[in-house]
Design a binder for this molecule. Structure first.
Ligand SMILES: *[C@@H]1O[C@H](CO)[C@@H](O)[C@H](O)[C@H]1NC(C)=O
Ligand SMILES: *[C@@H]1O[C@H](CO)[C@@H](O)[C@H](O)[C@H]1NC(C)=O
Length: 561
């Protein structure tokens, strides 16, 4: 057969997904990892990405007429209706083109659907006889960072990208490229913005009681959540979910930090560019109305003096800390929120400089008792970030490797490893998403969390709330290498792909120890609860291992747990 015909056959086979073996892909992540765009305007660039230098083949592809090519998505798509992988255009695909999944990061998170975790969904209620006399500003709440980013769309949020100059740059640089799948650059941004795999209800079920609730009024008129991209649902939809969860869990209290960009101090146009005070007040009235039967009334209750038991008895179980408080809360609704500037938000953790983060976390936890005491006296909530954001050097290297076929991979990997992170065992792998960065960070966060817990008798404490990324089932954080939506790595340490650390139980166990030290609960009950929680923590004992590619080291930065 003449080579041009051979090649045309190959192209059509690719278009039909045959080359990709779609029907052999058994997971959503492996399936969606194989989608690609064939573009009539420049077909050779697409089909022959790897063979760009082969002029013969480029010429041969050029022989195909427009009617044979067209702009179309080729490769594989995952259909949730039959949980199967299909070639684009396959007659077996039960999903319409709006339903099938195109990108790995929209694959469902691995979550045991039938079972809600025991204990964690009602931990405050279960421990009420011991912690009930304490206030919110005595406790340490497990929290999540950018809590709603499990549900980001591919629409850039108004003002959402302004805070991320590197992402704006990437967007401008590559969005005009002809051979990018529609939405692919936005999906790339989503991968640099997504910090959570579990839904908000699942997070609450898994022990989270501090929610980092981001919100913004979009130009089209409604309020959405955001992190660079806007959320799929209206922000009120997520708030309704929190409301309904609270109704179903009658002895739990949830603190929500409501800002556009995690900055409780920002005000007015700095906080919400282009959003008027009347728009903010109209939104806030809707929120108060939604939580009507559950929201705090600060004329009666206060975080630093009202006991958990009284918050429950008064049905003041939703406590918003509202950024840009003066503009949002009209006079008569001020009492239904705490001023967001009362959040003492201490940053300091960045996985780029993990050795410094490690020290700064040790300092924060060894000094937390004093910080909390001072903050409580002025009704401030001591919040500590253990979250990460995508460093520019990692975003840039990832983007070039993904979108620029002429990029020198070795140089980019170097810029993304030794040029970007201080972790010595990060070699030969550029974390391609924020969640990859976060899970690598979580591996190191477990060191200081464990140290603080073990040093309770030496006076170490946790802040009033911590917020971090990569929450996993059973109140854990994932420290292994596989992403929550199933994307696996090659050449990693196989037994540690989904290794997890018991984040929520560690903070809850600390709360029990603290309450008991403050004289709450009798000795038998305290011992019983401490044993119960230590038993739960033992299920996910901290594990350290050496992986000389994916940045996990068993003896770095230093070990003194
Ligand atoms: C709570 O905070 C207020 C300041 O808003 C302060 O006057 C009061 O003393 C604090 N109460 C406690 C118990 O620390
Ligand atoms: C909480 O306080 C009440 C009233 O002061 C007391 O009767 C009760 O024993 C306390 N609860 C605990 C767990 O110490």
């Amino acid at each position: 057969m003449p080579s041009s015909t051979l090649f045309a056959t190959l192209v059509l086979a690719v278009a039909n997904g045959a080359v990709w073996d779609c029907d052999k892909q058994t997971s959503c992540a492996s399936c969606t990892g194989l989608s690609h765009l064939l573009d009539e305007s420049n077909p050779q660039e697409d089909v022959l990405r790897g063979d760009r230098d082969n002029e013969n083949q480029q010429a041969e592809v050029g022989l195909l007429g427009d009617d044979e090519l067209g702009t179309q998505l080729i490769g594989c798509n995952w259909c949730l209706l039959d949980n199967s992988c299909h070639a684009y255009g396959s007659l077996l695909n039960k999903c319409g083109s709006d339903d099938y999944l195109k990108f790995p990061d929209v694959c469902p998170t691995d979550y045991p659907s039938e079972t809600t975790p025991e204990f964690l969904g009602d931990w405050m209620g279960s421990l009420n006889d011991v912690i009930g006399n304490l206030t919110i500003l005595d406790l340490s709440l497990p929290g999540t960072h950018d809590s709603l980013t499990y549900d980001l769309s591919t629409t850039i949020s108004d003002g959402g990208i302004d805070d991320y100059p590197e992402l704006s740059k990437i967007l401008n640089l590559f969005s005009g490229a002809v051979d990018i799948i529609p939405g692919q650059i936005e999906d790339f941004i989503r991968q640099q913005a997504r910090t959570q795999g579990l839904t908000i209800s699942q997070q609450l079920d898994n022990g989270v009681r501090f929610v980092d609730f981001r919100q913004m009024k979009e130009g089209k008129g409604d309020w959405y959540s955001l992190h660079c991209l806007e959320s799929n649902q209206l922000s009120l939809t997520y708030l309704k979910e929190i409301h309904d969860w609270l109704v179903a869990h009658p002895k739990e209290v949830v603190v929500a930090w409501m800002t556009k960009h995690g900055n409780g101090e920002a005000k007015g146009d700095d906080a919400y560019p282009g959003v008027s005070a009347s728009d903010k007040q109209a939104y806030w009235a809707q929120v108060v109305n939604l939580f009507d039967d559950l929201i705090i009334d600060t004329d009666v209750s206060s975080p630093n003096s009202t006991s958990i038991s009284d918050l429950i008895a008064r049905s003041h179980r939703f406590i918003p800390y509202l950024g840009d408080y003066e503009e949002f809360a009209s006079d008569d609704l001020k009492k239904h929120a705490m001023d967001g500037s009362l959040v003492d938000n201490q940053l300091g953790s960045s996985v780029e400089t993990e050795a410094i983060s490690y020290q700064s976390e040790k300092d924060a936890f060894s000094g937390a008792a004093t910080t909390k005491k001072n903050d409580k006296a002025s009704n401030r909530l001591f919040l500590r970030s253990m979250a990460t954001s995508s460093p520019d050097c990692q975003i840039e290297a990832t983007a070039y490797m993904k979108f620029d076929p002429f990029a020198n991979t070795d140089d980019q990997i170097k810029a993304c490893t030794s040029g970007c992170f201080d972790i010595p065992s990060l070699v030969g792998w550029c974390p391609s998403s924020l969640m990859d960065v976060a899970q690598m960070g979580a591996y190191y966060k477990q060191l200081t969390l464990e140290m603080a817990y073990n040093n309770f008798d030496q006076g170490w404490e946790f802040p009033n709330a911590i917020y971090l990324d990569s929450l996993d089932v059973d109140g854990t954080i994932r420290v292994g290498t596989t992403l929550p939506w199933g994307v696996e790595k090659e050449d990693d340490v196989e037994e540690h792909r989904t290794t997890r650390y018991p984040y929520a139980d560690t903070l809850i166990g600390f709360n029990v120890k603290l309450a008991c030290k403050m004289g709450q609960g009798d000795e038998t009950r305290c011992k019983e609860l401490e044993d119960m929680i230590d038993g739960r923590r033992d299920k996910y004992k901290m594990e350290l291992w050496d992986d000389g590619k994916y940045g996990r080291s068993s003896n770095w930065p230093q070990l003194e747990i």
